[in-house]
Design a protein around this ligand. Structure first.
Ligand SMILES: Cc1cc2nc3c(=O)[nH]c(=O)nc-3n(C[C@H](O)[C@H](O)[C@H](O)COP(=O)(O)OP(=O)(O)OC[C@H]3O[C@@H](n4cnc5c(N)ncnc54)[C@H](O)[C@@H]3O)c2cc1C
Length: 498
């Protein structure tokens, strides 16, 4: 009853606020930001304490799904008939040490809430995404990345995590304590347990100055290696490839500086309305020559002149800037491809050819760089990579979803052909074969799941698609006797190859 009224209250709030909270479209439907993945669940609960979560796990006998901000885009937060834990109620700061530059937080907290605390001590998050609305638990489970030069996946800034396992145990994991859990849960999309707490490293909040250069796509890789990668002062960097030609990159780098700021705000102010951004995105995606006009007129004006801001300002964008007025007939979606750095040019031209052939409505391709992952089982950066972050618009009709699936699989083949991989928080178009080629240690992760969650209690659409527990894999196979024995740490380590 309490839960139902909580959900209805948030719905009313969302409607009054005039924008879509990306979660619940009806009392027991969990959806994500795209609004094209409605999933009926048995119940939604918003636990506020770790003990409450442990109790729910112990007493609820069916499957459980876990959601943070619900910004993943392919059903990664839910599955049918699950008890859905909306983690956003577990959102306190547990400990903050400016001296050691570390912070311990509950997993449902957002980056923005952390920034509001640490900014007073002139500290910043070491690694996060470009926008600050995401939860720490959701970000850890995806092992996200941002635009930070010299950094890679989020796991690179994590000291420890605390996880509630399928039997209700609360355990701590780090690279040295229960490493199998640490390296399996980070990037594990909620399949092994519920992350309830994390200790993260922080960095100094510096002033940063924007530097902008335009160049042909074919010049970008050398430019990055000669200018950005060796820079001691580059903090953020991305290169924007402009559709529909895909032959030009605008490189945007933010370099540490002592110059006075040109924007006084230390964090990006949260606005009531982002009508201008919304209108720009509509125009860009719908009006003939809108993309060319952006490239030749809007962006040169936007990126002109001196800009000096705080690091925390540049790291606190609000995703509502991107939110269209309606997602009923079309929706904005992301995809991402990771390419070994030396194969940049090959993938860039394959990608351009596919988008052009399908006339995909691509709004932006943002290039980032990542150093290798420190060991997560489901790592997307197994070596130094460039990320191609694709932001596009698609129709919501079945045939339009089908078309996106077709060109996405072609892009996955293209990235696999250059030794790269694709990102898993987005729509689940990849085939089983593509998934295993992109994530060669997935079977090791599956073995860990069988040990830690033998009854497959932690479920969502991603794992329902790719993880086939032995009892479900073949009707012809005799069902194994249900295991009552608790997996010991030794059992788990036996199956784990770091
Ligand atoms: C506009 C936009 C911009 C983006 N930019 C970037 C970017 O710059 N870099 C990048 O890497 N990604 C980016 N993403 C993807 C985004 O970072 C991920 O989808 C991230 O997971 C979102 O966090 P969330 O809190 O919404 O997680 P959710 O979508 O709620 O959850 C993601 C996964 O984590 C699991 N999960 C959530 N909380 C927990 C928990 N406490 N314990 C265990 N499992 C949990 C869920 O079950 C699910 O599988 C972007 C997405 C959008 C919409």
């Amino acid at each position: 009853m309490l839960v139902r009224s909580l959900i209805l209250t948030s719905l009313v709030f969302a409607i009054l606020a005039g924008w879509a909270i990306p979660v619940i479209a009806g009392p027991t439907i969990v959806n994500d930001v795209t609004q094209i993945n409605p999933i009926p669940v048995d119940e939604v609960v918003v636990p506020k304490t770790v003990d409450e979560i442990r109790e729910l796990v112990r007493t609820h006998h069916g499957p459980i799904s876990i959601g943070g901000g619900h910004f993943s885009m392919g059903g990664q937060t839910a599955a049918e008939q699950t008890l859905h834990l909306d983690m956003r109620g577990l959102n306190r700061i547990v400990a903050f040490s400016p001296e050691t530059k570390t912070i311990t937080v509950e997993a449902g907290i957002t980056w923005r809430a952390i920034q509001e605390t640490i900014d007073h001590k002139n500290l910043s998050l070491k690694i996060m995404q470009s926008y600050s609305n995401f939860t720490v638990g959701g970000s850890l489970s995806v092992n996200v990345h941002g635009r930070y030069v010299g950094q890679g996946p989020l796991i690179g800034s994590v000291k420890t995590i605390k996880v509630v396992l399928a039997d209700g145990q609360l355990v701590e994991a780090s690279p040295t304590e229960r490493p199998e859990l640490f390296f399996g849960c980070i990037g594990g999309y909620g399949g092994l347990g519920i992350i309830v707490e994390a200790t993260l490293e922080l960095a100094d909040n510096r002033k940063v100055e924007r530097s902008v250069q335009a160049m042909p796509v074919t010049a970008y890789k050398d430019f990055f290696f000669q200018t950005i990668r060796p820079s001691a002062t580059a903090i953020f960097h991305n290169g924007d490839i402009y559709p529909p030609a895909y032959d030009e990159v605008v490189s945007i780098t933010w370099l540490a500086t002592d110059k006075p700021v040109t924007v006084e705000d230390r964090l990006m102010p949260i606005q009531d309305s982002y009508w201008f951004d919304q209108l720009s995105y509509f125009w860009l995606s719908e009006i003939p020559f809108g993309k060319q006009f952006r490239e030749q007129v809007i962006d040169p004006l936007r990126l002109r002149g001196e800009a000096v801001v705080w690091r925390n300002y540049e790291a606190s964008y609000d995703v509502r800037q991107l939110e269209p007025r309606s997602r009923e007939t079309s929706t904005y979606v992301l995809e991402e491809y990771f390419v070994p750095v030396q194969r940049f040019d090959e993938f860039a031209s394959k990608m351009a050819e596919i988008f052009t052939r399908y006339q995909a409505n691509i709004m932006n391709v943002s290039i980032r760089h990542a150093v290798p992952d420190r060991g997560s089982v489901m790592a997307w950066a197994r070596e130094e990579v460039f990320a191609f972050v694709v932001y596009y618009k698609q129709g919501t009709a079945p045939h339009e979803k089908t078309t996106v699936g077709i060109w996405t699989r072609e892009l996955i083949d293209a990235v696999l052909s250059v030794g790269g991989t694709y990102y898993l928080p987005y729509q689940l178009h990849g085939t089983d074969e593509q998934f295993h080629r992109a994530y060669p240690r997935a079977r090791e992760w599956f073995a860990l799941k069988q040990q830690l969650d033998p009854d497959n209690r932690f479920r969502n659409k991603l794992w329902d698609k790719y993880y086939h527990p032995p009892v479900m894999s073949s009707a012809a196979m005799p069902l194994p006797a249900p295991s009552t024995a608790e997996p010991t740490e030794r059992d788990v380590k036996k199956n784990f190859k770091p």
